[in-house]
Design a protein around this ligand. Structure first.
Ligand code: CAA
Length: 285
């Protein structure tokens, strides 16, 4: 199936980034948010991020205008009816995602592919109540979406080879690189990344080093673009905790136990960049 019309559900950090890259690469996108105010906020973020690209010469003003003209918004999935691909990026709760997929199933073009950007929920569970789970797949983009090259493609137990191949080819059309994982807790990305972040938080909790030095050691010593404590703030400490809990539940043992300090920070509402404070402070500009 030729994919030209894309529905993105959710306009938060990941959703607006996903809508951004599809619109930029020539797809007609409908971004669905809970209300017009949130939808307008998502579009304003996309325009601002495109300005960043334009300022660096990575996008012309005409390309930006054309991309924004391909981007529409809606407040219900029916507003995007007839899409050939949907990418869901709503909060990481199975019941919310399941309800979204039930609706996506009724409003897509025949044979439409239904993708989720979940960072750790099982694709197989999200697809379980649908008539055709072979068309459900994980398309796990990385933050910031316009910059990061990877899309982790996750195959649920019933995802077909055809769906996988179509989504891999589509990822290449977006200028990104696909890498495929099977449906295990945390897939590959977060099974490897989150225990490293959790271990860095344990180093801080146990007084092994300061947050600044932990970040410097990992950033300069391992050539990572950010240290793990700063990265945790960037991802969101609530997101990190939720992923650690999925790993802990899925595998058990001490290896995946969330650090007490991580739990404490989340309980105090210190969620990282998005809340203005996490391990570091992020004063409003
Ligand atoms: N939209 C468009 N462009 C953006 C952008 C955005 N949202 N954010 C950054 N950029 C661009 C900047 O304009 C800049 O462009 P040039 O290279 O052309 O100058 C470039 O990206 C670098 O940005 P900055 O100069 O502002 O800052 P930086 O060099 O410190 O890089 C960073 C910032 C890209 C975030 C970098 O620190 C980085 O790569 N960090 C690691 C990010 C990472 O690991 N992401 C994965 C998190 S895990 C995840 O997402 C999945 C999950 O399930 C939890």
């Amino acid at each position: 199936m030729d994919i030209t019309r894309v529905c993105v559900v959710g306009g938060g950090t990941m959703g607006n980034g996903i809508a951004h890259v599809f619109a930029q690469k020539g797809f007609h996108v409908t971004l669905v948010e809970a209300n017009q105010e949130l939808a307008a906020k998502a579009v304003a973020t996309i325009a601002k991020n495109m300005d960043r690209q334009a300022a660096k010469g990575a996008l012309t003003a005409a390309d930006k205008d054309a991309a924004l003209a391909r981007l529409k918004t809606g407040t219900k999935i029916a507003d995007a009816a007839g899409f050939e691909l949907a990418v869901e990026a709503v909060p990481e709760r199975l019941e919310i995602k399941t309800a979204v997929f039930k609706e996506l199933e009724t409003h897509g073009a025949p044979g439409a592919i239904l993708a989720t950007n979940t960072s750790s929920l099982p694709i197989t569970d999200i697809a379980a109540s649908l008539k055709d789970p072979s068309r459900v797949i994980g398309m796990h983009f990385m933050n910031p979406v316009p910059v990061m090259k990877l899309v982790e493609i996750i195959r649920g137990k019933k995802t077909s080879d055809g769906t996988t191949e179509t989504v891999k080819a589509l990822t290449v059309k977006l200028g990104k690189i696909p890498a495929v994982a099977n449906d295990f807790p945390g897939f590959v990305s977060n099974r490897v990344l989150m225990p490293m972040i959790n271990e860095a938080i344990l180093c801080l909790q146990e007084g092994v080093s300061s947050k600044e030095d932990i970040d410097t050691i990992m950033k300069l010593g391992m050539a990572h673009p950010m240290g793990p404590i700063a990265l945790a703030d960037y991802i969101g400490l609530d997101v990190c905790l939720a992923i650690m809990e999925v790993l802990d539940k899925g595998f058990g043992g001490v290896k995946y136990k969330p650090a007490d300090l991580l739990r404490k920070m989340v309980a105090e509402g210190k969620l990282g960049v998005k809340s203005g404070a996490g391990f570091y402070e992020y004063p409003k500009k």
